[in-house]
Design a binder for this molecule. Structure first.
Ligand code: NDP
Length: 308
């Protein structure tokens, strides 16, 4: 028998959709995805989620979301979607070689950290190169690290890294930050942080030694290259939506985010809804993701009511 609702992703959006769908007695299935709990599981203190005046740790918040979804009968499957067929209903979704049928689908697969795309970055990922300071900062106690990027992510990572590292250099391709003024101010005041402006990393050393020993920087204004010693490189240049499984199946915008039809979460395929960061590159907040997850569940419920 086909399910009523299958939700892909278990971040703030997916789990909120699950809470609403489960309370509507739709017995949803959640496919947890590559990062169960989503991006909040790799943050530390969440200070802006309403209802927690003292703040709450990201992983703890997602644990509470999951418990609340489970309480009303949500089922969970660990794994990532391998294949979807959206050409007819019920839709089919393949996870770990098992095919599930579902009358509606809520896509909440979120977004993942972008990388520079240079071969040495790939080769040294997990060996001194990281895209998550919260996960890996601990390994860089009293060491010198670099953070790439000029947005809130980069500044947040750099600030967090100063708790462990001896020094943090922020390498940015322009001479002005994109980050919010409050974050900028905090970084400028931090004696461990310095800025390397107008520069990109075009090589990370030392692939042969399987550890980071430094980088080659290129000044984008002068074209000059120089080497800078460091023990770790953190990539903080933003995020890309997890929509590989939906290319040519759902309408995506030019940078790959799922297009929804405001004021709803409807996608280009009737019965498929999208919520959270996979369709929102503007707000990207836990609370907005949760809000759109609620909308997606209500939209799916209405769709099911209208389609028997
Ligand atoms: P942004 O898109 O805001 O910033 C990305 C940064 O990386 C930019 O400075 C960009 O440079 C640089 N960059 C992008 N691609 C490359 C590349 N290939 N090589 C070198 N540099 C590159 O992404 P963020 O993830 O920082 O932030 C996204 C959203 O999430 C924002 O709305 C932000 O406010 C929010 N956010 C909020 C946080 C908080 O409030 N605690 C924490 C993290 C994010 P350039 O400036 O030249 O484009």
């Amino acid at each position: 028998m086909a399910r009523n609702v299958t939700i892909l992703g278990s971040g703030a959006a997916g789990l909120t959709a699950a809470i609403y769908a489960a309370r509507a007695d739709l017995q949803p299935l959640v496919v947890e995805g590559a990062q169960p709990g989503g991006q909040l599981t790799i943050t530390t203190e969440v200070e802006n989620y309403p209802g927690f005046p003292e703040g709450i740790q990201g992983p703890e918040l997602m644990d509470l979301f999951k418990k609340q979804a489970a309480r009303f009968g949500t089922e969970f499957v660990v794994g990532t979607v391998e294949k979807v067929d959206l050409t007819r209903r019920p839709f089919t979704i393949t996870v770990n070689g098992t095919t599930h049928e579902s009358q509606t689908l809520i896509v909440a697969t979120g977004a993942s950290a972008k990388l520079l795309g240079i071969p040495s970055e790939q080769a040294l990922m997990g060996h001194g190169v990281s895209a998550c300071a919260v996960c890996d900062a601990f390994f860089f106690k009293n060491q010198d690290v670099l953070v790439v990027g000029g947005g809130d992510t980069a500044i947040e990572e750099a600030t967090f890294l100063t708790k462990f590292a001896k020094s943090v250099a922020i390498v940015h391709r322009r001479d002005a930050l994109r980050a919010s003024k409050a974050m900028q101010h905090r970084a400028e005041q931090n004696p461990k942080i310095r800025f390397v402006w107008d520069s990109v990393i075009d090589e990370i050393y030392d692939v042969q030694a399987k550890k980071v020993t430094g980088v080659r920087l290129k000044n984008v204004k002068t074209g000059k290259t120089s080497d800078l010693k460091c023990d770790g490189v953190f990539i903080g240049i933003g995020h890309a939506p997890n929509t590989k499984a939906f290319v040519d199946r759902l309408e995506l915008n030019p940078v790959g985010y799922i297009v929804t039809k405001p004021p709803s979460t409807a996608t280009s395929v009737p019965g498929v809804f999208a919520c959270g960061d996979v369709q929102d590159h503007i707000y990207r907040q836990a609370v907005t993701a949760a809000g759109s997850g609620c909308q997606a569940a209500l939209d799916a419920e209405r769709f099911l009511a209208g389609h028997g």
